[in-house]
Write a protein that binds this ligand. Structure first.
Ligand SMILES: Cc1cc2nc3c(=O)[nH]c(=O)nc-3n(C[C@H](O)[C@H](O)[C@H](O)COP(=O)(O)OP(=O)(O)OC[C@H]3O[C@@H](n4cnc5c(N)ncnc54)[C@H](O)[C@@H]3O)c2cc1C
Length: 455
């Protein structure tokens, strides 16, 4: 059936999803639902995300999250339609098959996707379709946050002050549509299984055991956070205690929006715990601001002096780090937590990153790649900021010469050794491998390497 046979009021609006797998606070979906029939689609096109196509843990989460969203849509009498890329062709085909005249979606900030989306908008419009891009996956629009002189921020504190003081509050989250009208007929769709997101060999039991997927689980976590957030500032650095929100994969896949988290925690008496958590959401904003304005940073240091850093190539050491066999208990615990559950505590992320970059002198990009493949919350903006921060080559980064002592970090943040005992049970026995480097020597070597750079 061609577009011209369908009266305008019956033409569906295509809502094209990406990392916004929710029904609440979803501007494209709400706006589409107010116009008439809605066709919600997900297009699997990893080649368009290169060189940062979703890693293995992300693909697994994505699959579970899509399945949860499809269930939620079906409970409203709708459904999710899947397609394979190329995205432009898939959208045009869907429009031809259903008579849709409009495509709505959220803006994406990853450089490859943002370039692709600009092209797609132009081509859709030239073919007579309406394309509307909405913001809504960040608290503040990164284009609008500017220094007094009109420039971009490279330091977090003034950036965040500008967000919360000049822009005041982020926009309120939008409601969930009450109903979704169906298109006159559903277009064909492969099944979710046919997209091939799930691994052939099931390695994901640890992820399944630790996480619940989808919007309902994410919202439930936010609800529970309201009573826990009071002590966030005291507990957030302790990997042995569940002191942080663990919202990162839910935010990474847009199962819940940051505005929803923000407003769920607002109201009532302000507490240091709440302020500290909202400030972490500020780091997420800052990361996206940087990625938007420095799109090469996933692959290049922001501080160009680091382009010539004398990194070592050491496949064995890299492998020991990846597998949690460095002989440093806190590093090994973190790397095994990551391998087992797809997540690692922020403090430990900093310790393992510092160990790779400074003790082993291995390029931060090797670490960023490993995290990208193994994290369930892999997010290009946050991962890039985290790695460049730890390597000392990013915006507002920890100076390279400040080198964590992994033993002291363990004593300080895992004082009873409970975290290490959980992930490295053989610690303290003859089975535990000796350290692959001596920290004191490695520290000296790192400082010499840094001096060659500064000279
Ligand atoms: C080397 C390195 C790599 C990282 N890679 C990622 C990544 O790929 N994806 C990711 O979401 N986070 C990344 N982080 C940031 C941080 O470690 C995680 O967001 C955090 O551990 C998630 O746990 P949580 O949800 O309990 O965080 P909470 O402490 O409860 O914070 C709430 C939310 O704020 C945001 N947030 C918190 N800390 C940061 C931060 N430092 N930078 C940006 N946003 C932050 C996250 O969305 C998080 O879910 C990385 C940090 C480092 C040091």
């Amino acid at each position: 059936m061609g577009a011209r046979h369908i009266p305008e009021s019956a033409a569906p609006t295509i809502v094209w999803l990406h990392r916004d797998l929710r029904l609440t606070d979803h501007a494209p979906l709400l706006e589409a639902s107010r116009r008439g029939p809605v066709l919600v689609c997900f297009i699997w096109a990893p080649e368009e995300e290169k060189p940062w196509e979703p890693g293995a843990a992300s693909r697994y989460w994505l699959c579970q999250s899509l399945s949860a969203l499809d269930r939620d849509l079906r409970s409203m009498g709708s459904r999710l339609v899947y397609r394979r890329g190329p995205s432009l062709e898939a959208l045009q085909e869907l429009a031809r098959e259903t008579g849709a005249r409009s495509v709505f979606f959220h803006r994406r900030y990853e450089p490859a996707l943002s370039r692709r989306d600009d092209l797609i908008v132009g081509k859709l419009e030239r073919s007579g379709l309406e394309a509307r891009v909405f913001t809504g996956d960040l608290l503040f629009d990164p284009e609008r946050v500017r220094t007094v002189a009109g420039g971009r921020y490279r330091v977090f504190t003034p950036f965040w002050r500008a967000c919360v003081e000049s822009e005041h509050q982020p926009p309120k989250p939008l409601e969930r549509p009450n109903a979704l009208a169906k298109p006159s007929r559903w277009p064909r769709s492969p099944s979710l299984g046919e997209l091939g997101l799930e691994p052939a060999v099931d390695w994901a039991s640890g992820i399944r055991a630790d996480w619940k997927f989808g919007e309902a689980a994410a919202c439930e976590k936010v609800r529970r956070l309201r009573s826990r957030v009071r002590r966030y500032d005291e507990l957030r650095d302790r990997p042995d205690i569940e002191g942080t929100s663990r919202l990162s994969p839910h935010l990474a896949f847009g199962e819940v929006s940051p505005r929803h988290v923000w407003y769920s925690l607002s109201g009532g008496r302000p507490t240091p715990g709440r302020a500290a958590l909202l400030r972490q959401l500020g780091w997420r904003e800052f990361a996206h601001h940087l990625l938007c304005h420095h799109p090469k940073t996933p692959d290049e240091p922001l501080r160009s002096a680091f382009a010539d850093f004398p990194w070592r190539t050491d496949a064995r050491a890299l492998r020991s780090w990846q597998r949690g066999r460095t002989g440093y208990p806190i590093v090994d615990a973190g790397m095994r937590e990551l391998w087992g559950t797809g997540w690692m505590h922020n403090r430990v992320r900093m310790v393992v990153a510092s160990f790779l970059v400074k003790d082993l002198l291995i390029d931060w990009r090797e670490g960023a790649r490993w995290f990208w493949d193994t994290l369930v919350d892999a997010n290009l903006a946050n991962n890039t900021l985290g790695w460049q921060w730890c390597a000392g080559c990013g915006a507002d980064a920890a100076p390279f010469f400040r080198i964590f002592n992994p033993t002291r970090q363990g004593e300080r943040f895992d004082p009873d050794g409970a975290y290490v005992a959980r992930w490295v049970p053989e610690v303290g026995t003859a089975e535990y491998a000796p350290p692959i480097v001596d920290h004191g020597e490695a520290r000296k070597r790192a400082l010499v390497a840094f001096d060659t750079l500064a000279a």
